[in-house]
Design a protein around this ligand. Sequence first.
Ligand SMILES: Nc1ncnc2c1ncn2[C@@H]1O[C@H](COP(=O)(O)OP(=O)(O)OP(=O)(O)O)[C@@H](O)[C@H]1O
Length: 258
Amino acid sequence: MAKRIDVKDLDIYYGDFKAVEGVSLTVEPRSVTAFIGPSGCGKSTVLRTLNRMHEVIPGGRVEGKVALDDQDLYASSMDPVAVRRTVGMVFQRPNPFPTMSIRDNVAAGLRLNGVKNKKQLDEVVERSLKGANLWNEVKDRLDKPGAGLSGGQQQRLCIARAIAVEPQVLLMDEPCSALDPISTLAIEDLINDLKSQYTIVIVTHNMQQAARVSDQTAFFNLKATGQPGRLVEVDDTQRIFSNPSEKATEDYISGRFG
Ligand SMILES: Nc1ncnc2c1ncn2[C@@H]1O[C@H](COP(=O)(O)OP(=O)(O)OP(=O)(O)O)[C@@H](O)[C@H]1O
């Protein structure tokens, strides 16, 4: 199910402003890649191009290539809505649909895809909540509002909602930044479990988190203020945190800037 992501010579614009320049990287299937770097270097912007969410922003456009296996995500024949179904996303703040029950939150994507069969929906709800390590905590209150869960539970509910539609890639934009340390560890354990089935890319400001959860780390930086962000280096996480090739990476991970 998981697919490889290939990014080649990617430039990303907001109107006339070139926010990110010349990114090329590969993310292997069933692996976790962390994007790290100082604020404003373009981590979230790059992440959003991987499921065509960037172009939802007025003026948002890209030049270059993003492919899933050999499929060009920006080919004119490609439907952006189908891309977003294949490449799921979890955001910084847990955002369950506030008026919906836990069950309906998880089933929402399937309903949108036209699935009506209650037995099928119930099966997917159970499987997704189990996959998100949330089932045992909510199985007796599936009809209660999703918004009534704790922050950490809400984030796992959002992950259950994302995996319910069986994506091939999961993008996570600082998924733990609004969570306490215990909930953060629960999400990190979950990322570790999910990696056996999905290709995962996570943006994080927490370098210990990048070191704990990812196989590969990409360090982004700005050349100078007002200049586009760029990918400085991407390598095995262990290497980035022990012996990076670039001085800027070492300075960043050792806390000298950022
Ligand atoms: N909606 C937008 N419209 C115009 N410019 C934007 C928009 N979103 C981001 N930018 C700009 O693009 C650049 C990269 O921003 P981005 O949010 O991707 O960086 P980041 O590395 O994820 O930062 P942070 O770590 O603070 O979240 C910045 O110069 C930012 O101001």
